[in-house]
Design a binder for this molecule. Structure first.
Ligand code: FAS
Ligand code: PHB
Length: 390
């Protein structure tokens, strides 16, 4: 079997790339090891930059997002007894963010690929990559007990942090940069009215908390927790009680509680793999980088990788121009590292670090006070949160 672009992973990166290439008449196949049901059951990101929204419209999957998403022009920062609204739209020069769950946009992309008979192979086992330093790299995989092989022009690793593609880059070429944080996020999705119209990021002596949402009747909340927390130790009641203790009293009194639809624990990590390409293999999204979700950058970085990757492939097939392909990694990493910096900064600003010295505690408080008091500091947050230009 032969295709122009072999894609590993049917998360947002892989599906968005496949759809953008299809619209330009470029053939691809997407190999996903999980079932479609499993992929669509994952509750992840919720905040989209304008660049991501534009790319989804370019991919022809913006209709339901237009109808069901919510535009947010600001967000709240709460620190001890202080509350400050960051006017994202005013301070970023007119940019806003869109609230639309990653689960929903992934579903929209699956529907679009299936409507155009895209080649999506779910439950593809033992996916492996061969000859990436040749002009005809190959993918092999197992399905229904049979082994299949696909000859490609290019292979794009959209297989997330635990995928196979990054490992294909020779050890003497690959550089990995990592920082692990000494805490995790306990997330909960509930069918309750969001406690606020906009997101609330809370720095509290008991730990960070985040009030987010998916719709007018779906709320998404996060609590900073220990790395070794066990989900079974967190009943819905305990979660609501702890959230209420970290929120300002007037907000806690408005909190609508109810049964959880999903709960998960995600350790926080910063990670970048360089280069993001080798031979005919390119990495995109979580396969190449991970950010702590504090800055809402993970999914949005995946989108900007796909912007560069799809443009490079389209230029190559349309005009035999290899410039975008040759500069893919450099172009992506410019933006990746700025998002890594912002996500690291937001995480350090708002979380409790148990091993902080008294000096570091005061520094963190000063950083928060400076943000709350300085429009210049708020402008920096607004510019990064709404998304740096591609
Ligand atoms: P994904 O991980 O989404 O998709 C990779 C796909 O590849 C998966 O479907 C996987 O099954 C498949 N795969 C892996 N190995 C394979 C193999 N060997 N063969 C075939 N297929 C294979 N970002 C935010 O902005 N905000 C958040 O709140 C947020 N919360 C998150 C919570 C969790 C638990 C996680 C893990 C991530 C979260 N993220 C968040 C980041 C997340 O949204 C990612 O940035 C986003 O999923 C990236 O999309 P992909 O690059 O497509 O990777
Ligand atoms: C979410 O709604 O899942 C969300 C929002 C903002 C973040 C992280 C997660 O920074």
């Amino acid at each position: 079997m032969r295709t122009q672009v072999g894609i590993i992973g049917a998360g947002p990166s892989g599906l968005l790339l496949s759809q953008l290439l299809h619209l330009q008449g470029i053939d691809s196949i997407v190999l996903e090891r999980q079932t479609m049901k499993h992929v669509l059951s994952r509750i992840r990101a919720g905040v989209l930059e304008m660049g991501t929204v534009d790319l989804l419209h370019k991919a022809g999957v913006g209709k339901r997002m237009n109808k069901e998403s919510r535009v947010h022009e600001g967000l709240d920062i709460v620190a001890r007894d202080k509350r400050c609204r960051i006017d994202l739209e005013k301070l970023s020069g007119g940019k806003v963010v869109t609230i639309y769950g990653q689960t929903e946009l992934t579903r929209d992309l699956v529907d679009a690929r299936r409507a155009s008979k895209g080649k999506l192979v779910y439950e593809a086992g033992d996916v492996d990559i061969h000859d990436i330093d040749s002009d005809s790299p190959r993918l092999s995989y197992l399905k229904d007990g049979k082994t299949f092989e696909i000859v490609c022009d290019f292979i794009i690793g959209c297989d997330g942090y635990h995928g196979v593609s990054r490992k294909q880059i020779p050890e003497n070429i690959l550089n990995e940069f990592e920082r692990s944080y000494p805490f995790a996020w306990l997330g909960m999705l509930s069918e309750t009215k969001p406690v606020s119209n906009e997101l609330i990021y809370v720095s509290h002596e008991r730990g960070f908390a985040l009030c987010s949402q998916r719709s007018e009747t779906l709320s998404r909340y996060y609590l900073q927790c220990q790395l070794d927390e066990k989900l079974e130790a967190w009943s819905d009641e305990r979660f609501w009680q702890e959230l209420g203790r970290r929120l300002p009293e007037e907000t806690a009194n408005r909190l609508e509680t109810g049964p959880s639809l999903e709960k998960s624990i995600t350790p926080l990590r910063s990670f970048v793999a360089e280069p993001m390409q080798y031979g005919r293999l390119m990495l995109a999204g979580d396969a190449a980088h991970i950010v702590p979700p504090t800055g809402a950058k993970g999914l949005n970085l995946a989108a900007s990788d796909i912007h560069y990757c799809s443009n490079a492939l389209i230029e190559y097939y349309r005009n035999n121009n290899k410039e975008g392909l040759n500069n893919y990694s450099t172009n992506c990493l410019q933006r990746v590292w700025k998002a890594e910096r912002f996500s690291w900064w937001m995480t350090n600003l708002l979380h409790n670090f148990a091993d902080d010295s008294p000096f570091e505690k005061r520094l963190r408080e000063a950083e928060l006070n400076y943000l709350i008091e300085s429009e210049a500091a708020q402008r920096v947050l607004a510019e990064n949160y709404t998304g740096l230009p591609y």
